[in-house]
Design a protein around this ligand. Structure first.
Ligand code: ADP
Length: 327
């Protein structure tokens, strides 16, 4: 258990870089690991955590996720984002692959959290700026983003009450399986959508038990960040690529604006995409975010890895300033 921090001491965004092992395909192509952490040079990046390829799911969970859960249980909204090119390990890290077979050692973040807490869950997919309810994909109720005095929420999205770890795991597996998957030249299994699995934690206020405190913990498996040209996307796939990148671009801009927030009010462009709008209450202000930048170790992916590291570097600049002008 980490020491409890006061709001002013919260680190709003922490960034972890995670490198997966070389894949079979990369080994067949004689790819060479090229990722090194350079310290003490002008252009070197620094991150809060680095997980080389031999680091386990458990070590990432212990070091980055448990401290975030502690503050979430105290009432701070939190977000865990997996960012990186297709095939870099986002789904593996987050645990949204829908595989019931995963060995305990390979379990990703969400199933690990599920085994520890009781709560409600929702699961949505953002595909071409369209929201889909992954726990009720055949629902014909319109899903729209709304805001009330408790914050931003998706109207009509199913929130499933779960009373056991098994219930939650079933919701995760069911939702993961209904996720839209498109094939690209880069990776036929690659997901072209953003998936947001949310735990809604409700508990009685210790001072006033009749009052409930609700906090949300979002787990976001972002769509692949690779460039359109690399995936040779065409037609409908090109349209997907444009809106996927639109969401990632908007997220980058929000992150960048949060990094520049000073004492004076500043416009944060949350409304530029549904992704940033849905995550609005959990990015900046008094919330906490963990971004996991997933990287291939291979020299053949060097350019994309550099893009990922730059994006993650920008995220790390976010300062926690409570005076935000939410548009
Ligand atoms: P993404 O979601 O970024 O497209 P995946 O999570 O599907 O990528 O990972 C691609 C492949 O690499 C999968 O077969 C996955 O099991 C494997 N993989 C990813 N990260 C790791 C890791 N840290 N250790 C072992 N295997 C990994």
């Amino acid at each position: 258990m980490v020491a409890k921090e006061g709001v002013k001491d919260l680190i709003p965004v922490q960034v972890a870089v995670r490198v997966r092992p070389l894949s079979d395909k990369e080994n067949r192509e004689n790819a060479v690991p090229c990722l090194r952490v350079v310290i003490g040079k002008d252009r070197a990046f620094t991150y809060d955590f680095i997980f080389p390829a031999d680091k386990s799911q458990e070590s990432l969970y212990q070091q980055c996720v448990i401290p975030l859960l502690d503050s979430c249980l105290e009432g701070y909204n939190s977000t865990i984002l997996a960012y990186g090119q297709t095939g870099s390990g986002k789904t593996y890290t987050m645990g949204t692959n829908g595989s019931k077979q995963a060995s305990t050692e390979n379990l990703g973040i969400i199933p690990r959290v599920i085994r520890s807490y009781k709560t409600y869950v929702s699961f949505l997919e953002l595909y071409n700026e369209e929201i889909r309810d992954m726990l009720n994909p055949s629902s014909d109720k319109p899903l729209s983003i709304r805001e009330d005095n408790l914050g931003v929420f998706v109207n009509n999205l199913s929130e499933l009450e779960v009373t056991s770890g098994r219930d939650m795991e079933e919701a995760l597996v069911r939702g993961s399986l209904s996720r839209t998957v498109g094939s690209t030249q880069m990776n036929t299994e690659s997901s072209r959508s953003h998936a947001i699995f949310t735990l809604i934690l409700q508990r009685a206020d210790a001072q006033d038990p009749s009052n409930t405190v609700t906090s949300r913990l979002h787990f976001v498996d972002l769509a692949g960040s690779e460039r359109l040209s690399r995936t040779k996307a065409e037609g409908a796939r090109m349209k997907e690529g444009i809106s996927i990148n639109g969401g990632l671009l908007a997220l980058g801009n929000v992150i960048s604006a949060l990094g520049m927030v000073t004492k004076k009010k500043m416009h944060i462009p949350y409304r530029d995409s549904k992704l940033t709008r849905i995550l609005q209450d959990s990015l900046g202000g008094n919330s906490r975010t963990l971004m996991i930048a997933c990287c291939s170790p291979s020299d053949t992916n060097l350019e994309e890895t550099l893009n990922t590291l730059k994006y993650a570097d920008r995220a790390r600049q976010i300062k926690n300033k409570p005076i935000l002008n939410v548009d």
